[in-house]
Design a protein around this ligand. Structure first.
Ligand SMILES: C[S@@+](CC[C@H](N)C(=O)[O-])C[C@H]1O[C@@H](n2cnc3c(N)ncnc32)[C@H](O)[C@@H]1O
Ligand code: SF4
Length: 333
């Protein structure tokens, strides 16, 4: 991940518990080092203080019934997110004055990335990228993916992209054709106007053109899984239903993501966080997700169906009570 830190899981879950740093330590020092062993030991002890999400793991029963194995083989699945560079600024991800930190990768390591990552990739079946920036826009990510694809012919890729530069030419140039086990495109609106309000600097026509190409790849078996990511906000919730029809037409599935508060986007978050029952449009969201078209679409919604359909409407009385409570709280500060 950025700055070379190695995490056992999504940073949101493990609250910054890093096994080590690929620019400062060797593979063995990190993957089988003290912090990694401590993390594994805690899982065997059913202690989830380092990662509360682990208690929901399907393999927990298997872990509980096996002998503690604190030294591990290289991982089978790796999520790479070294470079945060992006060609757009989505309103919930980056503030307008966002600046890329040029020190993400030390200058003297930039040419050695493949060499540094090789011991990590020895066993890998899947490489996912890029969770923190835009893979097709970043020179570093592009070169790395191209080199990994060339050096490790059995590795499959899980690509997550804003879709703008996910063209036939780029997929071929990065040696990804026939190697994509999962393609995820973030498309947070059905209509162009709405898309432009969310993805600053985006290109709606281009992304739709690219999605049509990806849809063909999916239909001809050149992509195993095809998904759309849709982060739900007060700006786009009305387009969740048309988006479901679109997703069906292109042969994909969809994840409706809840909104998180990204660093630097706190004010926007407050305004567009429609999951907050105090948001003026909250009850309208509840109505939308209880329409038969949403309720009947469980087969193509991989994430978010249960969460959104499970939200309860808020009464005017409760809304006023909460408002009064928050005014009293702010007065007493
Ligand atoms: C950070 S992006 C990186 C990959 C790529 N650039 C993209 O947009 O798909 C990964 C996913 O996180 C989502 N995302 C970013 N900021 C978010 C936030 N504050 N709340 C919820 N989802 C967010 C994006 O919409 C995208 O689907
Ligand atoms: S969500 Fe993806 S496309 Fe949007 S600004 Fe963040 S990294 Fe870029």
């Amino acid at each position: 991940m950025p700055y070379g830190n190695v995490y056992p899981c999504s940073c949101g879950w493990i609250k910054g518990y890093s096994f080590g740093n690929i620019f400062e330590q060797s593979y063995e020092e990190i993957w089988n080092g003290e912090k990694a062993r401590e993390f594994r030991q805690k899982l065997y002890d059913n202690d989830f203080s380092l990662c509360p999400g682990c208690q929901n793991l399907e393999i927990l029963e298997e872990i509980n019934s096996s002998e503690p194995k604190l030294i591990s083989e290289p991982p089978e699945r790796i999520l790479l997110g070294l470079d945060e560079f992006c060609d757009v600024k989505c309103i919930f991800c980056r503030s307008e004055n966002y600046k890329i930190d040029t020190k993400l990768i030390p200058e003297d390591k930039k040419d050695k990335l493949l060499e540094i990552l090789t011991p990590w990739l020895k066993n890998a079946k899947y490489v996912k990228t890029n969770a923190v920036g835009e893979v097709f826009a970043s020179k570093i990510s592009r070169e790395l993916i191209k080199n990994i694809a060339e050096k490790f012919p059995d590795i499959k890729f899980e690509i997550i992209t804003n879709g703008i530069q996910c063209t036939k030419e780029n997929i071929e140039e990065l040696n990804l054709l026939g190697r994509i086990s999962m393609m995820t495109v973030s498309l947070h609106a059905f209509y162009e106007d709405t898309y432009n309000k969310i993805v600053r600097g985006g290109n709606y026509k281009k992304i739709i053109e690219n999605i049509k190409y990806l849809s063909e790849l999916k239909k001809t078996g050149k992509i195993e899984r095809f998904e759309i990511h849709y982060t739900v906000t007060s700006i786009n919730y009305k387009e969740m239903i048309p988006m479901l029809h679109f997703v069906r037409d292109i042969g994909a599935k969809i994840r409706f993501l809840g909104l998180d508060c990204s660093k630097g986007c706190e004010d926007t978050y407050k305004k567009i966080n429609i999951q907050n029952p105090m948001h003026p449009d909250y009850n309208k969201l509840i109505k939308t997700v209880h329409l038969p078209e949403f309720m009947n679409a469980k087969d193509i919604v991989i994430q978010g169906w249960e969460y959104f359909t499970g939200l309860e409407p808020i009464s005017l009385k409760d809304r006023l009570k909460n408002k009064l409570f928050s005014v009293m709280k702010s007065d007493s500060v």
